[in-house]
Design a protein around this ligand. Sequence first.
Ligand SMILES: [Zn+2]
Length: 317
Amino acid sequence: MTAAEITRAKLEAIEDVPLNWAKSIDNYQPRLFNRLSRLLNELETVDGELAKTAANLTRIDQIVTGLRDFITQGEYVEIVTKFNSEFTVQQGLTAQYFSDVLKADPVVTSFNAQLYQRNRAAAIEGVLSNASLDAMLLNDVRATLVDSVGANARFGDAFDALQDLVLGNAEREGQLLRYSRQIVSDTFATTDRAYTQLISEELGYKWFRWLGGKMKTTRCLCLNLNQKFLSKGEVEAIGRGELSIMPKLASCKTTNGWAGMMKGTNEKTIFTVAGGYNCQHSILPESTFAVPKKDIQRAIANGTFEPTRTEREFFNL
Ligand SMILES: [Zn+2]
């Protein structure tokens, strides 16, 4: 891979991994609903209405357990396994970004490697643990069934309600798709940015570039920062909410920071959370010598960058 290909692959994975996840889940949901509808046949009905009996409540528990088994034993696990393997690929691309693009030796300390594995494990847990499956889907399946039985609802109505929940309708997507895509998108991007930042920090990078942005719906902050070269101090200032540090960025200021900013964003965490919720931008380290002179001059003027003698000579300052 050429340097440009490595950079592109690293950046695009942030968007493509959640996109591919969403495609797989979209394909999977009809089979999930198929299984659920077969499990529903166990419910006792009287003249098309769900019987309000203790036996039916027990059956609801069995239905939810059956659905959980279906999710954790089949195709869904393969989708999660594929997601898990994307982390390995991305970790490799990040190492290549440092070695082949920046020509630096990536400092992968055991701390960095362990943190990456930890974040990766948390990401997988976020889409696969019992608690996550409950929160994303199963609690609502159970509640819909309990309410329907309690109200002697018609079987057909309960069936339709569950179909809306699992497969979605004209207004909204199926619940597993909606929730899991968000988790995949945020955890993958965050894990990658945290890892990249740790290595940058150890190698002492002073310049970064805000990159990504195939996405059309992008927040004010990212629209204005996309492709921009930023000194470390400028990124930190943005993390503190000092948006006037960059030209034109002040217009993105809201009472709480900026639109889409993640809670807990500060001068340190900005390197990991970037623009915030659903942000698919990367803040990639750059060699100072690759930065355009006008950006160097701006950062000197706003007090966030002090060039070394070699850098002064290189830029003819
Ligand atoms: Zn963004």
